[in-house]
Design a protein around this ligand. Sequence first.
Ligand code: GTR
Length: 329
Amino acid sequence: MTARAVLRGFFCALGVLTAAAGCAGGASARELRVADTHPADYPTVQALDHMGRVLAERTHGRMTLKVLHSRLMGEEAETIQHVRAGALDMARVNMAPLNELVPETVVPSLPFVFRSADHLHRVLDGPIGTDIARAFEPHGFVALAFYDSGARSFYNARHPLRRPADLKGMRVRVQQSPLAEAMIRALGAVPAALPYGQVGVALRTGVIDGAENNWPSFESARHFETAQFYSLTEHSMAPEVLLVSRRVWDELPAADQRALRDAARESVGIMRILWHEREQRARDALATAGVLVNEVDKAPFAAAMRPVWNHFTAEPRLRELLQRIQAAE
Ligand code: GTR
């Protein structure tokens, strides 16, 4: 590549030059719209921003990402449907709301299935992750990358949770997933499957008593202002996934598919660094805000939730996937 082309790509990526100056490369120029429920400063959105910069640079402005954050394209379940239909190019979502559409996403969403973040990374970075990604394709999606989502714990406005019985009768918001609902029922609580954007108001009006999420979401969505007890059950590590519509994907030339995959892959490492920093910052901010955090003996929670494993992995291919994840070092 000539020095001139490199420079042009750089200035195109910065938006200094325009299509007229040759940035877009003519008819094949493509702006991909990607939705994310989180605000601009959240790690997933920042990882997408990074990916967009890499993509624009590598393709000399021929491919760009327009990151539509803060629910601009609606709630997560809606963005999933839009991507599936090809009305939206891409979405970064959590695996749980995909549980019904893509059965393989159930397995990494099971309670206490990952032993640690390292275990999760080894699974998703290796052949098991490749197989999970492939499982999206018959359902209208191409999975480009998995992102960290830490561990989800319960928070509520009533009291610290120490044992499953402390949840009895509580109305707990969950993601829109039959598995997530079953997990709550297994603990003797009442699930309320609500979109993320409605959790704050549901907490404030007492429609729900609590919810569950990782440190950064609990802090970023400001749910701690109403639910000041955060109990470290760390029951789910359901990862995030970056999806592109299969319809959009199939129309892209092979070189563009490669560029998109490469840029997505690179954003994973950045995301892990951003995630780690943000978890720490969220914990500090929550401590300053007076949130009452308590450690929990996880064994009784895991035991109470274990029956959902059998129920949701009855199909042999899901059972096998579960066994592979368990056997992964
Ligand atoms: C967050 C996740 C979001 C969304 C949200 C929820 O941790 O990043 O994509 O799934 O949880 O609880 O709805």
